[in-house]
Design a protein around this ligand. Structure first.
Ligand SMILES: Cc1ncc(C[n+]2csc(CCOP(=O)(O)OP(=O)(O)O)c2C)c(N)n1
Length: 274
């Protein structure tokens, strides 16, 4: 059978899911559901969308990627390691004393643009970078991955207001819309609907996709900006814990880390990882 057009992204997604599971298990860390939710988005971004060079992490013309939901650090580090920003072996040090791979995304790790984890700041940082690119007549784009519960933060909506005013069509927000936040369902804690209409009302161009469908992710991210002169937002419908049956849509896996048997079961479900 011929390989799917998205074969390399699929392989990357499976590999980073596998790394993230090992990392949170060893560190007894939280946020595996968070990581699995965005694995496919990260895989397509880092497989083919982002214009980056791991040999020159600070290349001035690189696209910028900000993981605003910085509690998903494990899978971002896994992705950066797989893309050659630092050795894959270093992932074993995640959340260990003395490691630079802290539990929330930390500046100083090659490929990381800014520290994140205090929710609500990534889009404003992205606005600043996108505005700087405009001022300097640079062609780089700025991608910011947000979580849905994070959209409860007022600072997100200040940035949503700011970007169209400055015609930041080099800014792309992606919302990992898995419908679960730390302590409950988004709908019950603080309903975001109608989410797409809210972004539209702030003069963004909006696309809604299935966030685990490689073709949809690829199609939408290769067609940015959706409209010249306007920022773009992709609302990606996702499943928290995606890929591991007993973690999918389960609130508990926001904080829980797998025990030995759960890790083994998860790895069986993923299939051969390395
Ligand atoms: C400013 C701030 N307040 C609270 C937290 C604690 N916290 C960590 S993750 C999280 C919410 C997680 O839900 P969501 O934002 O939807 O992300 P998901 O893990 O579902 O992708 C919260 C409140 C934080 N990191 N930052």
């Amino acid at each position: 059978m011929p390989l799917s057009k998205y074969h390399s992204a699929e392989i990357l997604a499976k590999t980073i899911r596998c790394h993230a599971l090992h990392m949170v298990y060893k560190a007894k860390a939280s946020h595996i559901g968070t990581c699995l939710s965005m694995a496919d988005l990260l895989a397509v971004l880092y497989d083919k969308i982002l214009r980056i060079n791991s040999a020159q992490p600070n290349w001035p013309d690189r696209d910028r990627f900000i993981l605003s939901k910085g509690h998903g650090a494990a899978i971002l580090y896994a992705t950066l390691a797989e893309r050659g920003f630092f050795p894959v072996d270093e992932l074993d040090t995640f959340c260990q004393d003395g490691s630079r791979l802290a539990g929330h995304v930390t500046y100083g790790v090659p490929g990381v643009e800014v520290s994140t984890g205090s929710l609500g700041h990534g889009l404003s940082l992205g606005c600043g970078m996108a505005l700087a690119a405009k001022h300097e007549d640079k062609a780089y784009r700025v991608f910011v991955l947000l979580s849905d519960g994070e959209c409860d933060e007022g600072s997100i909506w200040e940035a949503v207001l700011f970007a169209p005013h400055h015609q930041l069509d080099n800014l792309i927000a992606i919302v990992d819309y898995n419908k679960i936040q730390a302590f409950g369902m988004v709908k019950e804690v603080l309903d975001l609907e109608p989410l797409a209409d809210k972004w539209r009302a702030f003069r963004w161009t909006v696309r809604e996709i299935e966030g685990h469908d490689y073709k949809q992710i690829d199609d939408v991210l290769t067609s940015v900006p959706f409209e010249a002169g306007k920022p773009s937002v992709v609302i990606a419908n996702t499943v928290k814990g995606k890929g591991i049956s007993f973690m999918e849509n389960q609130l508990a896996w926001h904080y829980k880390s797998p025990d030995h048997d759960q890790l083994a079961q998860a790895l069986i479900e993923l299939g051969e990882c390395e």
